[in-house]
Design a protein around this ligand. Structure first.
Ligand code: ATP
Ligand code: MG
Length: 162
């Protein structure tokens, strides 16, 4: 079992410098009671780090990023919210595809290969979870994912390796 608070702390340490360099403040709302989940620790860190890296990358200087983790019964739910450039409605499905990047100068300038979201969607789906995005163009984006606390055998599928 892995404690979700520890996962969030480790993920925050990984992106601390990136955030600091952009003057971005990251707030965290932890669950009221400490939650544990049966999962691969490194994969869950990867999910948080990828979403945080995106939030920082696509948010202007002095922006705000907020993580919140809640207990959703059989699942844990986590949201990573930013007040950055947002994602146009017609692109919101595609961003989870391999190599897809929203075509704008802001995105190209930010670099990357367009694999981050495809990889973490693979991890989440592979553990019987789900991920979705809500966004308002130029106002920000919120990525929310849910993972079952207990990994059921029938939910487990081999994920594609990159
Ligand atoms: P990589 O993760 O491989 O370094 P990337 O960040 O461009 O590259 P993804 O993480 O898969 O790739 O994201 C795909 C695209 O979705 C991004 O290029 C960007 O256009 C858009 N996107 C992702 N997260 C955000 C966000 N928080 N705000 C605005 N746009 C985003
Ligand atoms: Mg990315």
């Amino acid at each position: 079992d892995v404690n979700i608070n520890e996962i969030v702390e480790t993920s925050l340490q990984t992106v601390e410098k990136q955030a600091k360099d952009k003057g971005i403040n990251i707030k965290v709302g932890y669950p009221e009671e400490s939650l544990t989940i049966k999962t691969d620790k490194d994969k869950l860190i990867r999910v948080f780090v990828n979403l945080l890296t995106n939030a920082i990358k696509f948010t202007p200087h002095d922006g705000e990023v907020e993580i919140s983790v809640t207990d959703a019964g059989n699942h844990i739910q986590a949201s990573i919210k930013d007040n950055g450039i947002g994602i146009p409605p017609e692109k919101r499905e595609k961003i989870f595809d391999k190599f897809y990047q929203v075509d704008s100068t802001a995105t190209r300038k930010a670099g990357g290969t367009g694999l981050g979201l495809a990889i973490i969607k693979g991890i989440i789906d592979g553990q019987g979870g789900s991920i979705f995005v809500e966004s308002e163009t130029y106002k920000g984006s919120t990525f929310t994912f849910r993972l079952p606390k207990e990994l059921k055998e029938e939910d487990f599928t081999e994920i594609e390796q990159y």
